[in-house]
Design a protein around this ligand. Structure first.
Ligand SMILES: CC(C)(COP(=O)(O)OP(=O)(O)OC[C@H]1O[C@@H](n2cnc3c(N)ncnc32)[C@H](O)[C@@H]1OP(=O)(O)O)[C@@H](O)C(=O)NCCC(=O)NCCS
Length: 157
């Protein structure tokens, strides 16, 4: 498995992975090709969208890090990072999400992001457990969402 920035060529495999999550009842947003291109590959406020890719080109997971702009739908404070993580149901609990977060942390540091917010449905127990395990902590509740924040720590050197 390789972790690298997503390219337009990855979009069909990313879309297939998102559709598999929908079929498994683990995703409510769309997963079609247009949505994948607009929201992950070519996101205007995007900082980094990483993919975890198998040798055959299949996508095991993706993680999107974007910059919160004024009026964003999550009500995330402006200038913070916003993160989303999606791992194929068949690849869950194999460290894919953890490896993707290493890439996002580096991108946040390089981009001067100090806080990253994850917006998770309160019924999504695995999503909450994953972000807690990555070091995110609950700092507000927004309707049905638990909002967790990760403080990006700059190395001391
Ligand atoms: C949540 C999700 C991103 C986790 O990805 P993953 O690749 O399975 O995560 P990892 O294997 O790197 O797990 C890292 C840690 O997170 C926690 N974790 C992950 N899945 C968990 C689960 N189902 N139950 C409890 N803890 C879990 C564990 O602490 C785990 O460490 P461990 O396996 O050593 O105990 C993945 O299950 C997913 O895409 N779910 C559907 C979409 C979603 O809910 N996204 C998050 C909200 S946007």
């Amino acid at each position: 498995m390789q972790i690298r920035p997503a390219t337009p060529n990855d979009a069909p495999a990313m879309s297939a992975m998102l559709e598999a999550l929908i079929a498994a009842g683990k995703r409510t947003n769309p997963g079609d090709l247009d949505y994948t291109m607009a929201n992950y590959v070519n996101r205007p406020d995007g900082i980094l969208c990483s993919v975890a890719v198998e040798e055959d080109g299949s996508v095991l997971g993706l993680q999107s890090l974007s910059r919160a702009i004024e009026g964003n739908p999550y009500r995330t404070p402006e200038g913070w990072g916003i993160i989303g993580t999606h791992v194929a149901p068949t690849a869950a609990r194999r460290g894919v999400g953890s490896q993707l977060f290493e890439a996002s942390k580096q991108a946040a540091l390089a981009d001067g992001i100090e806080n990253i917010e994850a917006f998770i449905n309160m019924r999504n127990v695995e999503g909450q457990a994953y972000y807690e395990s990555m070091g995110f902590r609950t700092y507000r509740v927004d309707g049905e969402a638990i909002c967790k924040c990760y403080r990006v720590v700059r190395p001391l050197v």
